[in-house]
Every structure is written in structure tokens, then in C-alpha cells.
Write a protein that binds this ligand. Sequence first.
Ligand code: ADP
Ligand code: MG
Length: 705
Amino acid sequence: MNLSTPIENIARIGPVFKKKLKKLGIKTIQDLFFHFPHRYEDFSNLIPISEIKINEICTVHGKILEIKTTRTWKRRMFLTQAVIEDKTGAIKVIWFNQPYLTKTLKKGNNVFLSGKAIISKNGVYLSNPIHEKGDLSSNLTHTGRLIPVYPETAGLSSRWLRYILKPLLTNLENQIKETLPEQLIKEYNLMPVKKALWQVHFPSSVELSQKAQDRFSFEQLFYIQLFVLRERNRLNQEKAVSLPIKLKTIQDFVKSLSFKLTDAQKKSAWQILKDLERPRPMNRLLEGDVGSGKTVVAAIAALNTIKHGYQTAFMAPTEVLSKQHFQEIAKLLQDFKVNIGLLTGKQDQFRSKKLKNQVIEISRKKLLEKIASNEMDILIGTHALIQDKVKFGKLGLVILDEQHRFGVEQRAKLCKSQDIIPHLLSMTATPIPRTLALTVYGDLDLSLIDELPKGRKKIITQVIKPGQRKKTYAFIKKEVKKKRQVFVICPRIEKSNNNEELSEAQISWAKVKAVEEEYEKLSKEIFPDLNIGILHGKMATKEKENIMRDFKNKKTDILVSTSVIEVGIDVPNATVMMIEGAERFGLAQLHQFRGRVGRAGYQSYCLLFTDSPAKKTHQRLKALISSEDGFALAEKDLEIRGPGDFKGTRQWGIPDLMMSCLKDISLVEKTRESAKQILIQDPQLKKHPALRDKLSRFRQRIHLE
Ligand code: ADP
Ligand code: MG
């Protein structure tokens, strides 16, 4: 047996468990070793029975005096009751619904029990403790120490994982090879991998477990850095077409606008134009708050590309957004003689826009021909753009809206029919905290639009307490009377059915406002005379589109929606953004919702409803009131909610236990510097086969997801 032995070959693992492990992506022993716990339970407090305190976690060791399982007649539940005794005293133990325990635990056995003693009308007893047979000299696995708790997805218990892991680690520990370069281990005083694996799974103290976690945190960040830096180097060696700045055209375009570009827009446009000029593929992320005007900047890049006889592909996440971009880009470029196509889902129509404002519908076949023959200058659309049938004649630039992580792969799919790599401009309204920009987005160059166009009115943001609901509805009515429109955001879609057997978390979730419920209430009780629309992610694309169109065309006054409206929708006439269950959303997301209103000159409002009395909630919401800076809010989100909530962080497969390394700027900088140094000395990692191997597996995993 070795580390790459498939789990099939481990005798102790039966077929059912093999399946479950595979579901978690665990195929080999190595994978098993790197399946980390997500937290620890501290059972190291081993005490005499006489010193047990109510409600305090402890471990005791004693002899089982009696044990039996009965069934309660009322609730038909199994009760296993036992008494255990040591030199200092005895205590009752009760396990609920674990009848199989009497098969392993017998009268006279010496056991360790870890858990809490509680007091009830039946007296004091240890409730559902974890058990482990053995005497005081035993090497403990499940009790009497820091115990790893694994994410129990797919029905794998932590106990079972510990049972499987320990003998495997014992037998194979000598095969575990260090992957980090020796110099880094020394320089940063990192725990060697073998020891760290033991300490992460079976820690002997809090301190050592922390040191093990530190090592793996370093390792995770270091791999990400190596990966993104190598990706950068690789792209820098590729060829792209050089598209020098067509200064006159760009100047004419800027003059044709009905507004003045902000300095931040100018700077970003300039950085992009400079990139296009290089004979290397651009790989740039344009980041700017909602309403900061990214589309104009994208149009400049597209125009410059077109004037060199190359095509631009512009991909957006939804049909609604594709259409919006299509209309906006067509309008912006109306005096510049470009052909623009729109290609979306299967049943949709295709239009080509030629000269001025004539939109003509054409068949898909014709559209595809025009794309292939390079007659189409800009093609805008959804994922439909990356289908096999779509072949570009001369693709020079790919623009992606709100799908930054997979930009590189999508570009690869778009340009499969040509040997020259197009430039890539990815755009996002999600502000990315600095640590993430330097890690998971580290392969991209960054342009920031960090100022909003002048003359926008500040959006009034308020937390609305339960008692102020009526007054708020009256206010909304007044806004609608003024012909303005309103968004209502709810955290979930369906009403909960009142099932009694919900867990606590489920109950609190069930209380959260549901779109369907709210829609009914608003349209029947609160605003029977207004037109109300409903929108959520489970609707068919076509239906969603109709609803959005109705709202845009002012056929509906109020749109009740889930977070699907989050990205990019432009309804200038909307002035109220009302958010139910505001505590359920991250700050950055709330900020994005807020950006949906105030897009024209009208005074706009963002009203945050919350029933949560928690102080933390109110502190968070206050941050939103006091700040309009998306970046500051994102940093705050990272601090409060952790990196897992940020798009594009999960895919890297960082174990939960190490996730917080993405918050640590000094660690990020250290690992980046280390990765740079290694790549300068050894760009192909020839002297570091273990690292190279690890990276190629890393790459596979990222590309698969
Ligand atoms: P986003 O960055 O959210 O995609 P858009 O590109 O949709 O923003 O721009 C939002 C609105 O602001 C559009 O109506 C656009 O025409 C307008 N706009 C863009 N730049 C400016 C500017 N410099 N001054 C005034 N309005 C602008
Ligand atoms: Mg946009």
C-alpha cells in the first residue's frame, strides 16, 4: 500500500463507505489524509467522576457496572442506560437512539466517556457521551483529548473517519513526503508535513494543532500563488494580436458621449488600451461598483479592437443582462458603423444591428455565418456564445461581465477555432478585498473604477424596525404615486410548510420572508391597487425576461424578487430598494442591491428590514448606512463572514479549517514573495518535482469544477 493506493483496496472500508468517500472526492489514501477536520472538540479535561460539573464538557474513565437498552413506549425511542464507576464515585449515563451500543459496551468494560453531564428530573447523568474502550495507558482516538470533527457530509461520521485514519497514518507515515521546499520550512519555521498531518488529525495540544494549521495555511496560499503566477508567466509567453490605440476614433467616441468620463474611467480605459497594444494576451479584471460606468470602458476596448478588423465577444451571465448590454452598446456605438449581434438561449431570436438604430431579426444560421465571416463586429450573449457551433472569424477581444473566475477557460473555449489568443477583459461589480485580489485573482491585472459619475444623489439607507412597517408601506405608496418604482428583495423563494420536525437552524430559516408569500401579501392586502411582479431563480428564463421587461417598461410598480436581480440590472426609474431579512445577506451583497436604485436623478432609498435583535446584525447594518464604499464593505464582510462567501474562493478547495488564511495579508504577501522567488530560480519547477506534481493535481481540480 502507498499514498496513491485507491480506497477500494483498503480492506476496512466497505462498498457503501467507498461510495460515500468518492462523493467527497476522496479517491486515494492521500486524499483521505488531506481531508481535514473543520473543527476540534476539546475532551482533554480528564477528571475523576466526583469532580464532574453540570454542563461542562469533560472526560471520565471508569468501569461499567450495568448497561441495558430499553424502548420508551411513548415516543418509541431507544434508551441505553448505564452506570459507570471509578475510585471516586459513580454516575448514570444515558444514550438516546443508539441501541447498537450494547453490542460493544458490556458490563465490566473499562471505558472513557466524553461529553456533558446534565441534570433533569431523573437526576444527574452523562448525556450521549462519546465512548472509547481502554485503560488509562491507552493511546486514545475518540475521547480524552482534542478530537477532530470532520464535515459530516455524505453520511460519514467523524468517529468512522478517525477509526479509518489512525491505522493508515501509522502504517504509511514514512511514505509522506515533504512538498514545501526545505528553505521555506526553515525560513518560516513551519511544521514538517508528516508531523503536521498527525497534529491536524490527532492533535496532542491546542498549540501544536495550531502550528499544524499554520503550516497547511501557508501551504495552501503558497500553492495558489505558484499557480496564479505560473499562469501569468505562461500567458506572457503566448502571442496575441497587437491592437495599437486608434487615438482619433477613441477621441471621437469620447466626444460623442452625453457625459464626461470620470478620471477613474479614463485611467482604466487607458490601462486597457495599453494592454491591447502589446503582442501578449491581456488578462485584466475591471472592477467597479455598480453604476460606476464599466460598460462605456468596455465599449472603448471593443471599438479599438473593431477598428483593427478584429471581433469582440461580450458574454453576460443572463439573457436580461445580455439584452441590456446589447441595447446599451448599440446606442453607444451608433455613429461608428459596427455590426452587433445578440445571441442568447436556444429558443431565442437573433438580431443583427447594422448602421444606426435598425435592429433586424435574422436566423441563427445567418448570424453564425456572419460571425464566422467576420462580418459581425461585436457578438453579445449568454453562455450560448461558447457553444461549438459559434465560430469566430477573427476574434480579438473577449469581454466577460460578472464571471471573472473562469475567464481564462471561457476565453479558451471561445477561441478554439483560431490559433491566436484573444485579449481578455473581465468585469465585475463585486469589490474584491486586497488579500483575495492577490491570491485567487492573482493571475489577473486589476483596473479599478473607484469613483462614481458626478451628480448622483446619495442613497438614503435606513434600518426599519418591525414597528415601522406600516409607515414604510405608506411611504412606498407615495413613491409609486410619483410614478417611481420599487424593488422588494426576500431571502428565499417558497413558503415553508409548517413541519414540526425542523431543526433550530431550519426554523429560523423558515421564518425568513419568502418571495411567494410576500408577493401574495403585498398584492392582496397591502397594495391591492398597484401592479406587482414576482421574480425568482426557479422561473423559466423566458418568464423571468418578461417580468424584467415589464418592470423596465413601468408596467409593474413593485417587483418582489430573490437575489437574482443582484447583478447589473438597470432600471433608472426605481427609487426604493426594500430588503427583507437584511441580516441574511452579506454587506457587499446589500451594497449591490442598493446600487440598483438611484441610477437616475431621483432621490432614492434603501430600506433594510430585520427582525433580528442581535447586536452584531445591527452593527453590520450600520456599516452599510455609514459607508458607500464597496471596497470597505467587502473588507468588512471578509472580516465578519469569512472568505467562503466570496465568489471564486470555494473552488480552490481550501479546507474550512484553513479558510481564514485568506484574510491574513501578511501571510498572503509572504507566500507571494516566496512563490515569486522559487519561480525566478526555477520557472518550470524542475528541481521541485513534488511541488510540480501537487500543482498539476491542483490545476486539474480547479479546471474540473
Ligand atoms: P456598471 O459599472 O454598473 O455596469 P454602467 O456602465 O451600466 O455601470 O453605467 C451606469 C449608468 O451610468 C449608465 O446609464 C451610463 O450611461 C452612465 N454613465 C457611465 N459613465 C458615466 C459618466 N462618466 N457620467 C455620467 N454617467 C455615466
Ligand atoms: Mg454593468
